[in-house]
Design a binder for this molecule. Structure first.
Ligand SMILES: Cc1ncc(COP(=O)(O)O)c(C=O)c1O
Length: 339
């Protein structure tokens, strides 16, 4: 099977496994796991942030950040495609008691002007207190669309002016950086919190790191404990994360090239209405009425290709570490053979 369902399906490479089983570990709830500590420091330094917190998932890092940056009855501003809103099980309301104001961005990309219009006036008891803006880079539902730092800068200035916190769901931040060529270190200047996922494009089996200043990370550690996310000899997992940061970042360009090859093929197929312009490793395309998305996903499965529907008449392919050039060529041949 050629598995394009997500970049989360990758399995650790032999070299990554070797790094994992030889990791030096301790009890991380006591702060004694040197590999976890090393991963947190490494990730923080990469993004120019003061500290990091290793967590079991991207959902947890996002939810902890939202808890750190809001009070119950506050409101968050995010795009309507945002993972934190659509795919985290309603966790914002459950964990933080906050509401969400949704914007209609361009493939999930929102601007300072759009945000400014939706900030509630302070001191009016009718309105929830706007306290946080959440951006996603790349935007999953946007088809891997990217923010450049120059787009983020005015949002940062607005947040400072209006006393709002700014969090980044950076589940695929390294894909964004590979496309924009922005510097990771610059990100620390703009965000109060950054969630960096290790188990998507980077190919680690588990884990995300939440980055922030010392005070935020200290409180985040408490919230992680409350959520049951305090792990013990987690260094075995953190070692995979360190390996991924050292060895799997540069190669993301290969995944992007593969996604571009799929895009070129799809653009020439009679049953494809449109393909969201590919920037990174996510390819979302819409079918015209001659085909039904569920049926095509089934048909492809029968031919050895796994994909997923992604809204009405939409299908998503995600390229990743476990997809080879050979498999891309096979996929293109199969797609070209469908009528
Ligand atoms: C943009 C985005 N944010 C957060 C997450 C959550 O990550 P996890 O599955 O590790 O909870 C995902 C997962 O696919 C995602 O695509």
């Amino acid at each position: 099977m050629i598995d394009f369902r997500s970049d989360t399906v990758t399995k650790p490479t032999e070299e990554m496994m070797a790094a994992m089983i030889t990791a030096k570990v301790g009890d991380d709830v006591f702060g004694e796991d040197e590999t976890v500590n090393a991963l947190e420091e490494k990730a923080a330094a990469l993004f120019g942030m003061e500290g990091g917190l290793f967590c079991p998932s991207g959902t947890m890092t996002n939810q902890i950040a939202i808890k750190c940056f809001t009070q119950p009855l506050d409101e968050i501003i995010a795009d309507q495609t945002a993972h934190v809103y659509r795919y985290e099980g309603g966790g914002i309301m459950f964990n933080s008691g906050a509401s969400v104001r949704l914007l209609n961005g361009d493939r999930g990309i929102i601007s300072a002007e759009m945000i400014e219009e939706e900030i509630n006036p302070i001191g009016n008891i009718h309105h929830p207190h706007t306290s946080l803006v959440v951006l996603e880079n790349t935007v999953n539902r946007g088809g891997g669309s990217c923010y450049f730092l120059k787009d983020i800068e005015p949002i940062y200035h607005l947040c400072k002016l209006k006393n709002l916190k700014l969090h980044l769901d950076g589940a695929r931040i390294f894909n964004a950086l590979a496309y924009t060529k922005d510097e990771a270190k610059e990100y620390g200047k703009y965000f109060d919190g950054i969630s960096v996922c290790l188990s998507k494009g980077l190919g680690a089996p588990v884990g995300s790191v939440l980055l922030g200043n010392k005070e935020t990370i200290q409180y985040a550690k408490r919230v992680r404990k409350v959520l049951g996310g305090g792990m013990r000899q987690a260094g075995f997992l953190a070692a995979a994360g360190i390996y991924a940061l050292d060895h799997h970042v540069e190669r993301l360009q290969i995944d992007h090239l593969h996604a571009k090859q799929l895009e070129s093929c799809l653009l020439n197929l009679s049953f494809v209405k449109q393909v969201l312009p590919v920037q990174t490793n996510i390819v979302i395309f819409e079918l015209n009425d001659s085909k039904n998305a569920d049926n095509l996903v089934e048909e492809l499965k029968g031919k050895g290709i796994l994909s997923g529907t992604f809204g009405k008449q939409m299908i998503r392919f995600v390229t990743h570490l476990d997809i080879s050039q050979n498999q891309i060529e096979q996929t293109i041949e199969i797609l070209n053979g469908i009528d």
